[in-house]
Design a protein around this ligand. Structure first.
Ligand SMILES: *[C@@H]1O[C@H](CO)[C@@H](O)[C@H](O)[C@H]1NC(C)=O
Ligand SMILES: *[C@@H]1O[C@H](CO)[C@@H](O)[C@H](O)[C@H]1NC(C)=O
Ligand SMILES: *[C@@H]1O[C@H](CO)[C@@H](O)[C@H](O)[C@H]1NC(C)=O
Length: 501
């Protein structure tokens, strides 16, 4: 279902590309180039409208480029930092709801800030390829706006933070690369930067770490179809976050999404009727726009900051192998990121919940199993229950990616929705279904009991745990030291012990 969704979106995208005027028709498809545009004259009128957001109403005060009086009228305070929101390609041609939500979240958690919305809808509402061609120009206009603020007021570009969503992320990048002088803009945040026509391009033709003193990006919809994805997959920042792997987001598989797709696919052979187009916008929005909502969450839930961990890929992350924070290997997702200087892009992974607050608490469990039937691989189902200093969780099912053989340590990630505080006790249960018990009993009659007087089983002596969020390492030992054997249907208790390997 989710690949249908992406395929439908990309078909829509390319059907729109095909509708571009005849001149650009021959350039259709992935060969389409991002043209080098002429420099926009600094004295020319600005296509982009700059709206200073001041209160909770969904409107802004129009600051007109090179009209100093409008700065005063809108009460722009040049000694305060500036956060500018740059929207992306717009199917609907209006400022979407997320813009106001983000502006409101910024203003309410950072009242001492100028929040400006860069409205470039006149170009963003065009066909995708045309909008892409306009990104460099809009970037230059934003750069000119910042230069004008510096010249006419005591404003410093160090204090500017551009937040661009989708195509707007590349607009922000172009603003950063085209601003005059040697000094860079303070920060650029790319929220699921657009993929089509940018993936694989040189750093000067897309958002890149060179565009500001500090660049961060959140990738939320990079699932590929026909070699393309809605969000860019490659790293484009100093710190690139890939929540849930970055491909797709939890909670975005909604049933009514499917109905829209059915309508859409049948409609794709002919021109797309507006209702299907609107439905599609809703469906694609979910994972793509999740990047914005994660960022908003970082402002709204200051006490529940999400943390990303440097890792090779999501498969490795899901084994719990990447929860280490030494040497700048982890960072905070969203507004409150640590602006560490790094020479190369860092790719950070994390899991999230399906709705706000999105934070999950990541734990790595390492369990050493000795399978006493060394010849036989077994695939048991375990559940674990955790007792913490603040809260408990019960009956989490634990998935081992591989069956248990001989004598080996297994590592896996346990994500928790709640903050349980410090972990105090673990209960490990072997979910023994009836069939398993039968097999087990047969096995026992074939293989003789071990010398210690115990039936052969799985021996679990210790469980080692690492908490990602607190970086605490703990060791848990079986409460019953006389019998370390675990059998189907049985639950064992493990308590903290100062046992170290
Ligand atoms: C601008 O902000 C600064 C710092 O908060 C404040 O001291 C100053 O009064 C503000 N200026 C205006 C004109 O509001
Ligand atoms: C966990 O499982 C036990 C035993 O199967 C059951 O008694 C208990 O109610 C379950 N707890 C939750 C929260 O589901
Ligand atoms: C398991 O392996 C370790 C080292 O690899 C070894 O010291 C230990 O004796 C083994 N235990 C069993 C029961 O085979």
């Amino acid at each position: 279902m989710k690949s249908n969704l992406v395929a439908a979106f990309l078909l829509l995208l390319f059907s729109l590309l095909a509708q571009v005027d005849p001149n650009s028709r021959k350039k259709k498809g992935p060969q389409l180039q991002l043209p080098m545009e002429r420099k926009v004259d600094r004295r020319s009128r600005s296509e982009t409208k700059f709206l200073l957001y001041s209160n909770t109403a969904e409107e802004g005060c129009l600051v007109e480029y090179r009209q100093q009086v409008t700065l005063e009228k809108c009460r722009f305070n040049a000694s305060l930092p500036l956060v500018m929101i740059v929207h992306g390609w717009s199917v609907e041609g209006r400022l979407e709801g997320w813009i106001w939500k983000l502006a409101e979240a910024l203003k309410s958690s950072l009242p001492q800030t100028n929040v400006v919305i860069a409205d470039w809808l006149t170009l963003a509402h065009a066909h995708y390829a045309t909008a892409v061609q306009g990104t460099r120009r809009i970037g230059q206009e934003i750069a000119h706006f910042l230069e004008w603020l510096e010249e006419s007021m005591e404003f410093s570009r160090d204090n500017a933070h551009l937040i661009g969503y989708s195509l707007g992320a590349h607009v922000a990048g172009f603003a950063g690369s085209s601003i005059g002088g040697a000094k860079k803009i303070g920060r650029i945040t790319g929220l699921d930067p657009a993929g089509p026509l940018f993936e694989g391009m040189s750093p000067t033709d897309r958002l890149s770490p060179d565009d500001a003193s500090f660049v961060d990006a959140i990738h939320t919809f990079t699932q590929q179809q026909m070699g393309l994805s809605v969000g860019i997959k490659q790293p484009v920042a100093h710190f690139d976050f890939y929540p849930n792997g970055g491909t797709f987001q939890p909670g975005c598989h909604i049933m009514h999404v499917y109905n829209h797709i059915v309508h859409l696919c049948s409609a794709l052979s002919s021109p797309i009727p507006p209702p299907a187009r609107a439905g599609l916008t809703q469906t694609v929005k979910c994972a793509h726009e999740r990047s914005v909502h994660l960022f908003i969450d970082s402002l709204r839930h200051a006490e529940q900051q999400m943390r990303g961990y440097q890792c090779k890929d999501m498969q490795t992350f899901d084994k719990g192998r990447c929860l280490h924070c030494r040497a700048k290997r982890c960072n905070t997702l969203g507004y409150h990121i640590r602006k560490a200087r790094v020479a190369e892009s860092r790719q950070l992974f994390l899991q999230t919940q399906s709705q706000a607050p999105f934070k999950v608490y990541h734990y790595q469990f390492k369990i050493h199993f000795i399978n006493e039937f060394q010849v036989k691989q077994i695939d048991p189902t375990f559940t674990i229950s955790l007792t913490g200093s603040k809260d408990d969780v019960e009956n989490l099912s634990m998935t081992l990616v591989e069956g248990i053989t001989g004598n080996k340590t297994y590592a896996f990630l346990v994500p928790l929705d709640t903050d349980i505080g410090e972990l105090m006790m673990i209960k490990l249960k072997w979910e023994g279904i009836a069939i398993w018990k039968n097999i087990w009993n047969t096995v026992q009659t074939i293989i003789p009991w071990t010398k210690g007087g115990h039936r052969p089983g799985l021996v679990v002596k210790t469980i080692r745990v690492k908490a990602g969020e607190t970086q605490q390492r703990m060791t848990f030992c079986s409460q019953n030291v006389d019998n370390l054997h675990l059998y189907p249907g049985q639950e064992k208790m493990f308590v903290r012990c100062e046992f170290s390997y």
